[in-house]
Design a protein around this ligand. Structure first.
Ligand code: SAM
Ligand code: SF4
Length: 464
């Protein structure tokens, strides 16, 4: 019997990549992905716990799916991802129709869990399964099967987990301790993708800048003495396997044409990274460098480990080395204790740095984090107002930043034909760009002369 799976993903790019891995495993087992839950025998939600809002949406969706299951009892329902880790028992208790629950470190257990559910049903009994609670994803148990959403750009995970302890953040709890994938594995995966026709790879990790700190076998630059991993360079010298070294290796040894990466914690973003970005042709001129706040007082409370001045110095050095760099950031408004003056300092920093784009969030306490124990003392309407002020401020800045491209020629990787029939893709700086052109340009790098801008997109003419 053909088996159909519907998988909905919430949250970040790490989750999107996890969902691709899950579909890869399931396709290898004979499942076909479908776009509508009504056509599926297996329905999975890959959830996010970073903000309360994402969790509420997933609970709401699952409640609706439970009703669907009452009409079609044969359907298997599963909750994956961060919520399945952070709220394991709660999910099980609140959603009695859910058959299985597996966190981010347990996605490779999914085929086993599904087999157990199928066996129990054949035996005429029901079973509800909570995956074994693993502290970190066993990268060496990665099962076969690969499935990717598109054929031009791909995500490649280079590390799991996060060792930082930002006071507001649930990620270290849900994704566990940091572990990096071995360098040869990453080189092989990127080279395979390049050979298969992919043009761009985005390297993923919660803090890619600490790549190489710890490998699954315990080695790494913070590993036990004597287990530091060194790369032998062509000139006979040795250097640590760290993130800048990984970028240089990928640039030199694979045929991929564009490299991006996310996320960079400012504490671990150094001169060596900026130099690698400047030197490597394939590394795009774009950096997501989440600042979170423009007030030292708030940054200290958040346990971010840098001051506004240290951040400024890094941005200035990066701009010296990579003059056409585009910058984006994350900001949280309404963190406990954030005063009007703190908020104004954030607005001033946003003006000063002039980010090309920004993701702006209202603080929500996350159970189990350090800040959840503090009074959430910025009233909801105040958070809302600060959020709106910052959105408006950034909209003006983003527009100004887009206008700098007017009249210039940009390189665009064409990813698709959009609903208006235009070729659509991104510039090296990650800006949306569209133009008229032939189907043959899809998947290609083209030159575009920018003639107009909308609030979000460059509109141009294909350069023959
Ligand atoms: N690892 C990345 C970093 O260090 O910037 C990002 C991780 S997190 C998945 C993405 C963003 O969500 C964060 O940069 C932060 O701005 C936001 N975020 C995390 N916890 C939050 C919370 N409790 N309330 C509001 N926003 C939050
Ligand atoms: Fe969360 Fe901080 Fe780790 Fe980013 S670096 S995932 S914000 S704890």
């Amino acid at each position: 019997m053909p088996k159909h799976v519907y998988l909905q993903t919430y949250g970040c790019q790490m989750n999107e990549r996890d969902s691709e891995e899950v579909l890869g495993m399931l396709v290898a087992q004979g499942y076909t992905p479908v776009a509508c839950e009504d056509d599926a025998d297996l329905i999975l939600l890959n959830t996010c716990s970073v903000r309360a809002h994402a969790e509420e949406r997933a609970f709401g969706k699952m409640a609706a799916l439970q009703r669907l299951k009452q009409a079609r009892p044969g359907v298997v329902l599963g909750i994956l991802g961060c919520m399945a880790k952070a709220q394991r028992e709660e999910v099980f208790r609140r959603l009695p129709q859910v058959d299985l629950v597996a966190g981010p470190a347990e996605i490779y257990d999914l085929p086993d869990l599904l087999a157990q559910v199928a066996q129990a049903r054949q035996g005429g009994t029901g079973v509800r399964l909570l995956a074994v609670d693993r502290p970190v994803r066993p990268l060496d148990r990665k099962p076969p099967g690969d499935w990717r959403r598109d054929r031009v750009t791909a995500f490649v995970t280079i590390m799991e987990g996060c060792d930082k302890k930002c006071a507001y953040c649930i990620v270290p709890t849900t994704r566990g301790q940091e572990v990096s994938r071995a360098l040869p594995e990453i080189l092989d995966e990127v080279q395979l993708l390049a050979r298969a026709g992919y043009r761009q790879v985005t390297l993923l990790g919660q803090n890619v800048n600490s790549y190489g700190k710890r490998f699954p076998d315990g080695g790494g630059y913070r590993g036990p003495a004597g287990r530091r991993r060194l790369l032998e360079e062509a000139d006979g010298s040795d250097r640590l396997i760290d993130f800048p070294a990984l970028l240089r290796q990928l640039d030199a040894k694979t045929a991929i044409e564009r490299l991006r990466f996310t996320t960079s914690h400012p504490f671990d973003a150094h001169e060596e990274l900026f130099r690698a970005m400047a030197d490597c042709r394939t590394v795009c001129e774009y950096l997501h460098l989440p600042v979170q706040s423009g007030s030292d007082r708030v940054l200290r409370a958040m346990r971010r480990g840098y001051t506004v001045e240290a951040y400024r110095v890094k941005v200035a050095r990066l701009r010296e080395l990579v003059p056409d760099i585009a910058l984006s950031t994350d900001v949280i408004v309404g963190f406990p204790g954030e005063s009007e003056a703190d908020f104004e300092a954030t607005c001033a920093l946003m003006e000063e740095v002039a980010y090309d784009s920004a993701f702006l969030f209202k603080y929500s306490p996350r159970p189990g984090t350090e800040a959840a124990g503090w009074l959430d003392d910025v009233a909801r309407p105040v958070k809302e107002r600060r959020h709106q002020v910052l959105l408006a401020l950034q909209a003006g800045i983003s527009r100004r930043k887009l206008e700098r491209w007017l009249g210039r020629e940009v390189e665009v990787l064409v990813e698709e034909r959009n609903r208006r029939g235009q070729l659509a893709g991104h510039t090296r700086q990650n800006v949306n760009a569209v133009c008229a052109g032939p189907d043959a340009a899809i998947g290609e790098l083209i030159g575009v002369h920018v003639e107009r801008v909308t609030p979000t997109t460059l509109i141009g003419r294909l350069i023959a």
